[in-house]
Every structure is written in structure tokens, then in C-alpha cells.
Design a protein around this ligand. Structure first.
Ligand SMILES: C[S@@+](CC[C@H](N)C(=O)[O-])C[C@H]1O[C@@H](n2cnc3c(N)ncnc32)[C@H](O)[C@@H]1O
Length: 168
């Protein structure tokens, strides 16, 4: 599953990595962005692996949880609003298999998670919006690191990618 698709750049990467009968549930509110990238997905010959749903992801997640889909996903990539990551975690933990992986993008938040709160002046190149959400990302990272239900690792690639394995 992918939550937050935009034009499908990361979705295309996942679809290419999957075997021919692999399936991805891809959710985004913005169908125009998805349709902009769709010709590239088609050209790569992987459209048949993707079930795109235009919706608020929480609606789809609740439907899947109330249906027959609990503990059925191998891999869930979350790349939507950072302030919603905690709420997403609660939902996706119900949907991923025991032993399955949840990946969260942008967990280094442009490196701002490593700065001290009083260093804002020193890093004035950071947009105010990044600085504003920094505390939230720090709290989320701490929550994951101390959560006994998962084993996790924050990879310092791109803007930071946290991989979590569901243990129980
Ligand atoms: C950073 S972009 C995704 C980028 C994409 N994963 C990639 O790496 O190529 C975030 C996307 O999340 C979508 N989004 C944000 N909140 C959402 C929600 N609650 N439900 C569905 N989509 C959401 C936005 O519409 C936006 O397209």
C-alpha cells in the first residue's frame, strides 16, 4: 500500500520492484497529480499492479479495517501529511502483517530534527513551515523508537526513511 502518491514517482519504483502478480493499493486525494504521472507508469508496463483510490486515506483505511483486510499487507509506505503520521500509525498497524514493514518518509525533516530548538536563528534558511512541524516529527520518531510493538530503523537516505517491522 502507498498512502500519498502525488505523481507516482515512488509508486512507480515500488511497482517495478514487485513481481508481475504483485498488487499495490495506492491512495491520494489528488487524482490530477496521479494522472500526470500515469503515462510513465503505463510506459513502464506496471499499471496492472496498481489499484489507485482517490480518497482521504483515513476513509479507505477504516473501510479496510472493517472489512476482511486486517493483517494482510506486506508493505505500507506512508508519505502524506506529517502531522497525521501518529494517526496513520494506529491504522496501518492493524493492516500490516506480523513481520511486515511500514515505511515513513521524511523522518529527518530536512535535517531539522537534529537542530536545537534555540538554533532557529542559525538555520533561518529553513522555511518557517519546516521549523513549525519539526517538534511533531521529533515526537513521532521518539514514539517509534520506544514502541515495543515494532522494531525500527531510521535510514539517513533522502529526507530520512524509517522502516518499522511489526513484531506482534
Ligand atoms: C509528498 S506527496 C507524495 C509523494 C510520493 N509518495 C513520491 O515520493 O513520489 C504527499 C501526497 O499526500 C497526499 N495526501 C496528504 N494527505 C492525504 C490524505 N489524508 N489522504 C490521501 N492523500 C493525502 C497529497 O495529496 C500529496 O499528493
Amino acid at each position: 500500500m502507498e498512502i500519498g502518491v502525488f505523481t507516482g514517482y515512488s509508486l512507480l519504483g515500488t511497482a517495478l520492484a514487485l513481481p508481475d502478480d504483485g498488487q499495490i493499493t495506492a491512495i491520494d486525494l489528488d487524482i490530477e497529480a496521479y494522472e500526470t504521472g500515469l503515462p510513465f507508469i503505463q510506459k513502464a508496463g506496471v499499471e496492472h499492479k496498481i489499484n489507485f483510490i482517490q480518497s482521504d486515506a483515513f476513509v479507505v483505511l477504516n473501510d479496510l479495517i472493517n472489512g476482511e483486510e486486517k493483517s494482510s499487507f506486506d508493505f505500507i509506505f506512508v508519505d502524506a501529511q506529517k502531522e497525521d503520521y501518529m494517526k496513520f500509525h494506529e491504522k496501518v498497524m492493524e493492516l500490516v502483517k506480523i513481520g511486515g514493514i511500514i515505511a515513513y518518509d521524511n523522518t529527518l525533516w530536512l535535517g531539522s530534527v537534529a537542530y536545537k530548538q534555540d538554533e532557529y536563528e542559525k538555520h533561518s534558511e529553513m522555511p518557517e513551515s519546516v521549523w513549525r512541524n519539526r517538534d511533531y516529527v521529533i515526537q513521532f520518531n521518539s514514539f517509534l523508537a520506544s514502541n515495543p510493538q515494532i522494531e525500527s530503523s531510521l535510514l539517513s537516505i533522502g529526507d530520512g526513511l524509517t522502516l518499522c517491522r511489526r513484531l506482534y
